[in-house]
Design a protein around this ligand. Sequence first.
Ligand code: GMT
Length: 384
Amino acid sequence: MKIGITCYPTYGGSGVVATELGIELAARGHQVHFITSSQPFRLTGREANIHFHEVSVSTYPLFEYPPYDLALATRMAEVADFYALDLLHVHYAIPHSVSALLASEMIESHSVPARRRRLPFITTLHGTDITLVGLDPSYLPITRFGIERSHGVTAISAHLRERTREAFHIDGEIEVIRNFVNCDLYVRRPDLVAEMRPRFAEPGEHLLVHLSNFRPVKRVLDVIAVFARVAQTIPARLMLIGDGPDRSSAEQLALRYGVQDRIHFLGKQDNVHDLLPVADLMLMPSEMESFGLAALEAMACGVPAIATRVGGVPELIEDKQNGFLFEVGDVDGMAASAIDVLRNPSRLEVISQAARRTAQEQFCATRIIPLYEEYYRRVLERNA
Ligand code: GMT
């Protein structure tokens, strides 16, 4: 198939999923065209079967806000026409589904009659496009319109599908295709861990990790509060991977607790698969997660997560089996649980193995990518 993929190409779970999906599809012989504002950060530009088309937005003194959505729609239609794409697959509804709708209609009413055809598009809902941004009254009606007019809609968890139905009153089909991970890349390699771990922790110290874009929804301050409690009780260090609006508040809080020297603020990192396996435990105390890709990536590396019982997280983490679940803001509970499991290496090992098993048996790319391919076929058939 020839597939056009649009996403936010910088850091963020939806962009990661879209990029990894493109890479996996290309490896399976599909022709993948990324139509994005810049090259998605996990692409090297050297992958076979992958093409990148940059959307550039012209500015004009009259434009207080350059119209990216229109430039995107135009580029989508151009690429679809030139490369005879079979379908467009957009990740994150706002504004991508509306741009795809415009592109699809442009192709259907092409100025050259012989080139008029159906161009189906699929929207994948990732989370805040529904639970946060999409609910903003200035975006809700257009988001709903974009979703309803999509030829196919997928959601990354059953929870998100239900939320979409409730909040947007959408009755049409929403296919649940959960997040996935490349289990060959995200795996604990003892030799690599032995080499990397001394950079982050002394022998005898425990190592915790958090990975996010440091937005308020991730509750990075809870990460610091949990870690401070852990570090008061047992020797421990924390790796913080990512960057974003709450980074300086996190630094301030670390100073207040006096744990700043025990925290590695690593900033944005491309090779998280090399860093995650080095840790013992992940902290993901989010206010909301429609799925929790960061926890899945850690689990594939044998690093269980202490997380919150929100959104789609219980579809990934089973409390006390392959990780731990707490109510939002329960920093004392999370800290006590971390201390308890870190002090008990055999229990940590059992949970770590269960975490890896969950990733492997349910969420490996090899299982999930065929679900996307199958869904593409269905959408193409009914729009033939
Ligand atoms: O919350 C983020 O980190 C970014 C956001 C996005 O859309 O880029 O992530 C959402 O999509 C991820 C991939 O599908 C999910 O694993 C995250 O749970 C989801 N985030 C939220 O729902 C807050």
